[in-house]
Every structure is written in structure tokens, then in C-alpha cells.
Design a protein around this ligand. Structure first.
Ligand SMILES: Nc1nc(=O)c2c([nH]1)NC[C@@H]1CN(c3ccc(C(=O)N[C@@H](CCC(=O)O)C(=O)O)cc3)C=[N+]21
Length: 288
């Protein structure tokens, strides 16, 4: 008899919806108490079609949640100094509670310098060194949205992390690296893999939890997955294709996130939640 198992899906759409509803309630309460609508400023450099789509999705979700969204569109040729000035002025604008600089910004811009121009208290996307450091040390601050969303999904499905081997494939500043730190903070045993890793498949095969975050379509295949593992696909390749070969991986995994409908909606939900939290803190209605 064939023993093909099918993983349970981790539903990012449903959980994101609940987080956005709760966030919307908090935004309404804030407006009622102090007459202020939480405001997220999104800075977009250039007109990369994928970025334009993501920014549109984020703004639509803000509107639904009662969050004001301010779009600052800059030409692709914008210099680092100009972008830094824009982010500094948004950082000083009392009407703006959260700032998101859409990544990537183009090769001629020093993206790190730009991120660092975001005031930590408005860094609702968790991209600054200050946010990364705070998160790594377990201090108050905002986590990067995708890592934050992944942790909420793992908690929703009651995945035990302590002592478990978590393999993170990818080491980007706002996804792979921080999700590894969050898993470590929960006592997982964390291995980072990346483009220079020798025998990726063998390491992934040892994982109780796999987080795929490299931007290589369907890199992680079913045969690489240890039977019973939890598979989180944080890839967002063109055409809504993840970093995991879903059809083969789901026959071995215990739990798996689909793309679309897994990590993506959670990223936006965490962004909105952190924007309202930032507003509450800035308005003196909550502490860090
Ligand atoms: N500073 C910065 N912060 C980010 O968080 C950030 C960024 N830059 N640059 C680009 C990536 C990508 N990203 C996604 C967000 C939502 C979906 C999402 O919701 N996707 C839907 C499908 C999308 C659709 O329906 O077309 C899903 O997976 O179900 C995907 C990708 C955030 N990013």
C-alpha cells in the first residue's frame, strides 16, 4: 500500500485576516481616543513592476484597516543623499507613524545608508540596525515583517521550536538573517545555508523546520525534506512561485505554507499591526 502523506497547510490568509481585523479595531480606538489616524509612509524608488504591485497591495490593505497610507514615489535615478533626506524628513514628520522603504532600491543606491535614515521608533518594517540589534537581544523594537509573520504562523500551528533543528536557506538582511535570530531566541538549533553552502540538500534533510528564503524558484524539493518536517516557504519569485517545490514537498512535510496564501499575507498583516503599535507608542497611549 502506498503511504503518501499530505501535509497540513498553514493558512496565512486566515491568520492574516484575523490580525488585520484586530489591528483595524486598534486603529479605530486610537482615532476615537485622540483623533489621530495611524499613518504609514511608503517610499518607492523607480517603477519596478513587482515593487509597484507589492506597494499597491500594502496600500489597499492599509485602507481596509483604517490606516492612512502616504506614498512617496521617487524616480529610479534618485541619489542616496536625496533618498536619505526624504526618509529623514518623514522620520521628523509627526503625522507619519511608520515608514517603509520598498526593497530593492537599485544598485546605485546605498540601501543600508537609506534604511539607517529611518527613525527606529518608525521602523515598522524592522530594517534598521537598531531594530535588528534589539530583536537579536530580545529588547523592545520592531521585527522585520516577514520574519515576524513566520513566527506568528509557527505559533498559530503550535510548532515546538525548543531544541528543534531549524535550517534557514538564505541570509538577507530583512529575511534570512533575522528569522534565524528569532528562531534562536526560541531555543531552536539554527543552521544558515546560502549560495556558498556545500551540499545544501543534505543539510536541509536534517531539518525539523525549513525556512526557504533565497529567491530561487522551487529550489527545495520533496526529496530534500525530512519526513514530518515543517516547511516554511518565504520565497516570492515572479509569477507567485515560491522557493519550495510545493507538490513534492507536501508529500513529506507535516506542515507547509502555500505560495500564494502563506507567508506573503502575514508580512503585510505584521506591517499593519506594527504601524498601529508605533502610532500608539508615539501618541503616548502604549509603552514599548
Ligand atoms: N522593505 C521591504 N519590506 C518588505 O516586506 C518587502 C520588500 N521591501 N520588498 C519586497 C518583499 C516582498 N514582499 C511581499 C509581501 C507580500 C506578498 C504577498 O502577500 N503575496 C501574496 C500573493 C500576491 C498576489 O496576490 O499577487 C501571497 O503570497 O499570497 C508577497 C511579497 C514584501 N517585501
Amino acid at each position: 500500500m502506498s503511504q503518501t502523506q499530505t501535509a497540513r497547510l498553514m493558512d496565512g490568509v486566515g491568520l492574516a485576516r484575523r490580525i488585520v481585523e484586530e489591528t483595524s479595531g486598534k486603529a479605530t480606538e486610537l482615532a476615537r481616543r485622540v483623533g489621530v489616524t495611524p499613518c504609514l509612509a511608503t517610499v518607492l524608488v523607480g517603477e519596478d513592476p513587482a515593487s509597484v504591485t507589492y506597494v499597491r497591495m500594502k496600500r489597499a490593505r492599509c485602507a481596509k484597516a483604517g490606516i492612512e497610507s502616504r506614498l512617496v514615489s521617487l524616480p529610479a535615478a534618485t541619489a542616496t543623499a536625496e533618498l536619505v533626506e526624504t526618509l529623514q524628513s518623514l522620520s521628523q514628520d509627526a503625522g507619519v507613524h511608520g515608514i517603509l522603504l520598498q526593497h530593492p532600491v537599485g544598485p546605485h543606491i546605498d540601501e543600508r545608508a537609506a534604511f539607517e535614515a529611518i527613525a527606529p521608533e518608525k521602523d515598522v518594517d524592522g530594517v534598521t540596525m537598531s531594530s535588528f540589534g534589539a530583536m537579536s537581544f530580545g529588547l523592545p523594537g520592531f521585527a522585520s515583517c516577514t520574519p515576524g509573520g513566520i513566527m506568528r504562523l509557527l505559533d498559530e500551528y503550535e510548532v515546538d521550536l525548543a531544541g528543534q533543528h531549524a535550517v534557514v536557506v538564505g541570509r538577507s538582511a530583512i529575511l534570512g538573517k533575522p528569522v534565524g535570530m528569532l528562531l534562536l531566541a526560541r531555543d531552536a538549533t539554527v543552521t544558515y545555508c546560502h549560495s556558498r553552502t556545500t551540499d545544501l540538500a543534505a543539510i536541509v534533510h536534517e531539518a525539523d523546520i525549513v525556512v526557504a528564503a533565497v529567491g530561487r524558484p522551487r529550489l527545495i524539493r520533496g526529496e530534500d525534506v525530512k519526513p514530518g518536517a515543517v516547511v516554511i516557504d518565504a520565497g516570492y519569485n515572479p509569477g507567485n512561485v515560491g522557493d519550495v517545490d510545493f507538490d513534492t514537498a507536501r508529500t513529506r512535510a507535516r506542515l507547509i505554507t502555500p505560495v500564494p496564501g502563506g507567508v506573503g499575507p502575514m508580512t503585510i498583516a505584521v506591517l499593519l499591526a506594527q504601524t498601529v503599535d508605533a502610532a500608539s507608542i508615539q501618541l503616548g497611549l502604549a509603552s514599548r
